[in-house]
Design a protein around this ligand. Structure first.
Ligand code: FAD
Length: 374
């Protein structure tokens, strides 16, 4: 199959799909990015970007904006429930001369990536939900739920953990596996003047609470706690659930009591991962990001791995004459690294759940891996 591809359709305008749109447009392809949700759909709370993410943000040309719109955190204090500092983790693990971990609202990150994609000439289509597709050696025909049809040389699926592109490509319903942990994410307010360059992780016997500033006056809190697979947390109970989980913590009690309100939009997720035995491509279809390797969030690498996928996919398409060779090279480069980060993320989660003390070793293993080029 020769590599005469000129146009691609990307499904999913999350962090991975937007990054793929930028990278594929930069190598001269016509890109149509199709997102199932509306433009103004809520984009969740915050995201933290460890230092290795800086390299990929630079590659996309959005590094400065991301740092301007986020806050940079040089250290993380790990505290027990009484507030005693157990460990200070340096967030400049790759380069002491760069700022530490960037912490940013997901909506800001999405807006920055979207603005970049549009400035390069990407065609964006909202409310455009993939229904099905057909592929042959010449191209792919994509059918949408609004009864429209688009054609392209390549279909790229960055459509998340429940990816339809992946399931159709592999011709099976891929089941994500539950890792035993529930996650609550809460937007919070910081009283003016309390912002520092530190994030906090509070540890109790059966849960951990992360506190990350996102701007000078707000941020987000997450709570990770083991729950059974059939656990449900209806929206109307979440405020009380979170309050109860915070009860044992004595650290900055006033702040913990007042940083969110009964009507704060609290997100709840069960932590799941997707490990595929199959390759991430077929003749004219390829997947990346959470669709290919959704992972536990404990190492905060999901966004970096999705962006790396996007960049590597574009590099391999640019470097090969044959599309099948490009897709195969993309998979060969990405699978070992993404799988190892996923394995370490799961190991860290299991460690944290069982109260083992080898977390530092796992983080160091991951840091060593991330120092290598992707
Ligand atoms: C609790 C939690 C905390 C996390 N914290 C961090 C963190 O701090 N740092 C970090 O780097 N990562 C974090 N992650 C992981 C990170 O959010 C993901 O890895 C990353 O968002 C994956 O991006 P993606 O583009 O592959 O998928 P997604 O962000 O899921 O985007 C998929 C997009 O596809 C769209 N879509 C789905 N189906 C269709 C369809 N049929 N047609 C059209 N569009 C469709 C969806 O609407 C969505 O916009 C966290 C994850 C969780 C669960």
């Amino acid at each position: 199959m020769s590599n005469t591809i000129e146009n691609v359709i990307i499904i999913g305008a999350g962090i991975g799909g937007l990054s793929a749109a930028i990278s594929l447009r930069k190598i001269g392809l016509q890109v149509t990015l199709c997102e199932g949700s509306a433009h103004d759909a809520p984009a969740g709370t915050g995201i933290t970007q460890p230092q290795n993410t800086f390299k990929v943000l630079k590659d996309l040309g959005v590094y400065e904006e991301c740092l301007e719109q986020g806050v940079q955190l040089d250290s993380m204090h790990i505290l027990n429930k009484e507030g005693r500092v157990l460990l200070e983790v340096n967030q400049k693990f790759l380069n002491e001369d760069l700022p530490g971990r960037n912490s940013i609202w997901r909506s800001s990150l999405n807006d920055i990536l979207l603005t970049k994609a549009l400035s390069l000439g990407v065609t964006m289509q909202w409310n455009k939900k993939l229904k099905t597709y057909e592929e042959n050696e010449h191209g792919v025909t994509v059918y949408f739920e609004d009864d429209t049809i688009l054609e392209a040389d390549l279909l790229v699926g960055f459509d998340g953990i429940r990816s339809k592109v992946r399931n159709m490509m592999l011709q099976r319903e891929v089941q994500s596996s539950y890792l035993g942990m529930g996650s609550w994410r809460v937007p919070i307010e910081f009283p003016a003047g309390t912002l520092t360059t530190t994030s906090y992780m509070l540890l109790n016997e059966d849960n951990k609470v992360g506190i990350f500033p996102l701007t000078a006056t707000d941020g987000y809190m997450f709570i990770l706690k083991p729950v059974d697979e059939d656990y449900r947390d209806p929206k109307e109970q979440r405020y009380d659930t979170v309050r109860n989980m915070l009860e044992p913590f004595q650290w900055k009690k006033d702040f913990l009591n007042n940083c969110f309100q009964p009507d704060s939009p609290i997100l709840f997720n069960m932590i799941r991962q997707v490990v595929l035995k199959e390759k991430w491509y077929s003749q004219r279809v390829v997947i990346g990001g959470d669709a290919a390797h959704a992972s536990a969030p404990n190492l905060a690498q999901g966004a970096a791995m999705a962006i790396e996928d996007a960049i590597v996919l574009a590099e391999e398409i640019d470097q090969h004459h044959s599309l099948s060779e490009a897709l195969s090279a993309y998979y060969d480069r990405r699978y070992p690294r993404a799988r190892e980060v996923q394995r370490l993320s799961e190991e860290l989660l299991i460690n944290e759940m069982s109260g083992k003390s080898s977390q530092q070793e796992i983080i160091q293993q991951c840091d060593a891996l991330l120092e290598r080029a992707y």
